[in-house]
Design a protein around this ligand. Sequence first.
Ligand code: ATP
Ligand code: MG
Length: 401
Amino acid sequence: MKSEFLRALPVIEELEKNGYEAYFVGGSVRDLLLGREIRDVDIATSAPPEEIERIFPKTADVGAAHGTILVLMEGEPFEVTTFRTESAYENFRRPENVQFVTSLTEDLKRRDFTINAIAMDKNGNLYDYFQGREALSLKLIQTVGSPEERFSEDALRMLRALRFSSQLQFSLSEDTLEAICKLSGLLKHISVERKLSEFDKLLSGKSAVSALHLLRDTGLIDYMPGLAMPSNRMDQFLARTLSASFGTAQRWALLLFDLHPEEPEKFLKQWKMPGKTMKEILNILFFLNERLKKSWNEELLYKADEKTVFYTESICSSQPDWKSSIGPEEAVRRYRDLNIHSRNDLRINGDDLVCLAKKDPGPWIASALTKIEEEVLAGRLANSAKDIERWFLQWSNRAEM
Ligand code: ATP
Ligand code: MG
């Protein structure tokens, strides 16, 4: 058994010792069977939430109402979820309340796709009541039960179908695809936070471009904030080469570059992204635009930081029509070669200037430092206290501050 599962084994054993059933379920079993890297190992159990909390000394309530408790085993967190059904759906969203059940089959039945509805016990035996393994071998995304029913219960599943097709490079089964085309409008009931989480994964998947084609062809795109732009802009993005090494922020930045909304910040705000992520995306977008206007020069490199230079230039070098790229490594080398990387690197500071000039502090300090930065960056002035002092005295005489 793989180490990711072995580490979670004590959780299963402990639940069984207390008379409950417990299985590995969902993404981890799917990824194990596909030979993909396994991320979080989720566990489903017949134990009700309060029993899980009683059995394990260290737990955190991450959604007891939905039956999910985080169990900490030697510092590592495992999501343990009580077998449940989701019967009363309201407004095409997952219900506020769930019903706990005692059978694994019932629990697997409420899961979205057959590939996500396989369970595995502690001995590695598989419980595959919905032909999930067959779907894996056919590379198919197929709902558990009637797609129309399942998408009407929770419309987010339509977007999840596309994100799994992007991540796994799978196709949608015919009836699953048909149902999405028919019911795409239901996506309007889903919160932007849930859409964002799936869209981030869709955009980062290996088949992002095909999944985006599907997003458009099924009509789901109309319910994705800002994406239903004039279609030639999306066409431009769909013709891109998205290198596997691109992170989510780079992908968003390139998407924004092609869609060129009037106000990129407003565009991202509609998605309710965390401020930090938004800043990172807008930063890459800014340097992408600048870099394409003129190549990297000292001034532009200085405004950026090493990571942004790397990210921006990797995007440029992967686009066949932006051939002039020097490549990310070379761009980073040039960045590192800058004489200074921030004002703090100057061998002189504002206080020194005040002493030298024998003048009261004022806005002149900032303009003097900016000028010194420019000179040092361009290599016209050495970054030594003596040289800068000499230069400053001459400059202040000339500038008659
Ligand atoms: P990832 O590797 O990206 O985490 P995952 O399959 O684990 O993929 P999650 O969103 O973490 O996906 O969900 C865990 C499991 O819960 C799924 O495999 C699926 O069985 C079930 N599930 C999640 N969301 C839904 C939903 N909206 N409707 C039905 N079942 C769902
Ligand atoms: Mg998961």
